[in-house]
Design a protein around this ligand. Structure first.
Ligand SMILES: Nc1ncnc2c1ncn2[C@@H]1O[C@H](COP(=O)(O)OP(=O)(O)OP(=O)(O)O)[C@@H](O)[C@H]1O
Ligand SMILES: CC(=O)N[C@H]1[C@@H]2OC[C@@H](O2)[C@@H](O)[C@@H]1O[C@H](C)C(=O)O
Length: 351
């Protein structure tokens, strides 16, 4: 899995039948080098990958993922039955029914000598669903032993939430809440040259620019009812709105934007959640966690509070989706992507 933050590749091993998770194996994140990150960023917004640059990116993403999977398996005696492969989203436009993930799944299968399930968003988006988020079915499986309703909030480059009701997997509402770390990373990188605001230090030193936050919260996306999803670049304009602020004040305001979008998200849930479990890189930002805890009515905790690994969940989710493909179990639902009915997703690539 290569997420919208463009920080690197996440891989994880799980033992599952696509319904329950019987065992968690190792997890690994391998960061991209700055040159590759720049190359990836330059490809964002492309709607096809058929030219020379596109084909090269498809190949290099696959080769890099193969390297990470080999690294993950190096210390274990397990040979997986199946690999779930997301690739890297370079374009996502559900209105146009188009979502493009870079990464040559056939090459990955050949490199690894293992069957690979990829193209997981395609059936859903072709049928009029949002094509995202797809992790909710995994969140639902993990949350089955817990008291509900609860919300699983993933703060990656984009932030998404899964509301899980009393009936569990048959009772979920999911959508992208708004920006996650992406605009904050871009802001910090533009003003300080650092890739992200480590431990929220800049945000902790700044003051919230309320007028700018109010302007940003005027974005029609927040009022739209779920299901709904975003492209990483849908919030690129926020950096212009913050122009003139100090790096610190901008960081504080961007953290507040992520949290305010989550507060808005609660309005689109059938019932208020009893707790918020936060996953993704954003949970490492203490300023974000404090702001969320201050603004939301229910307790806010990292997913580690219930024994999950927030750095591994997204990669685990794609393994889980691959296992569901094999059993032809649905991965998206009317409540999670707006699919017309529960839909099977993915395509199998044999080595
Ligand atoms: N110690 C930290 N302090 C502050 N922020 C952090 C820290 N560690 C990670 N992050 C943030 O988390 C981001 C990475 O998050 P994550 O790996 O969940 O993103 P992703 O998987 O690429 O995104 P998506 O869920 O959108 O696919 C980094 O870009 C950074 O903004
Ligand atoms: C199109 C796309 O790649 N969307 C990502 C992105 O990153 C977070 C959020 O936006 C989520 O909707 C999705 O990823 C996760 C893994 C998902 O599908 O659940």
């Amino acid at each position: 899995m290569s997420g919208t933050s463009m920080d690197g590749i996440d891989a994880a091993l799980i033992e599952t039948d696509g319904e329950t998770v019987c065992g968690f194996g190792p997890h690994m994140t391998v960061p991209y080098d700055p040159e590759f990150r720049t190359r990836l960023r330059d490809m964002l917004g492309r709607t096809t990958l058929v030219d020379e640059d596109g084909r090269r990116l498809n190949r290099d993403i696959a080769l890099r993922h193969a390297e990470v999977v080999r690294g993950l398996l190096a210390g274990s005696d397990v040979t997986p039955d199946l690999v779930g492969f997301h690739g890297h989203t370079i374009w996502h436009d559900p209105v146009a029914r188009l979502t493009v993930q870079a990464g040559d799944a056939a090459l990955l299968a050949k490199e690894l000598g293992l069957p690979v399930v990829a193209d997981l968003r395609q059936a859903d988006i072709a049928a009029g669903g949002e094509g995202a988020p797809l992790a909710p079915v995994y969140h639902g499986a993990l949350a089955s032993p817990l008291d509900r309703p609860l919300a699983v909030l993933n703060v990656g480059g984009v932030a998404n939430v899964t509301w899980i009701g009393k009936r569990g997997m048959d009772d979920m509402v999911a959508f992208d809440t708004g920006p996650g770390n992406a605009p904050l990373d871009d802001w910090v990188s533009r003003h300080t040259g650092q890739p992200y605001d480590e431990d929220g230090r800049r945000a902790a030193a700044g003051t919230l620019a309320e007028d700018r936050l109010l302007r940003l919260m005027d974005t029609p996306y927040f009022a739209r009812t779920a299901p709904k999803s975003l492209d990483r670049r849908d919030f690129d304009h926020v950096l212009d709105v913050l122009e003139g602020l100090s790096p610190e004040d901008g960081a504080t305001t961007l953290v507040a934007l992520v949290a305010a979008a989550v507060v808005q998200a609660e309005a689109h849930m059938p019932l208020p959640p009893r707790r918020w479990l936060v996953t993704g890189g954003g949970r490492h930002n203490p300023v974000l966690m404090e702001t969320l805890a201050g603004w939301l009515k229910a307790p806010v905790e990292p997913v580690e509070a219930v024994g999950w690994d927030g750095d591994a969940i997204e990669a685990q989710a794609f393994a889980f989706l691959a296992a569901r493909y094999r059993r032809q179990l649905p991965i998206s639902f009317p409540g999670t992507t707006g699919a017309p009915f529960p839909m099977v997703g993915g395509r199998l690539y044999r080595p």
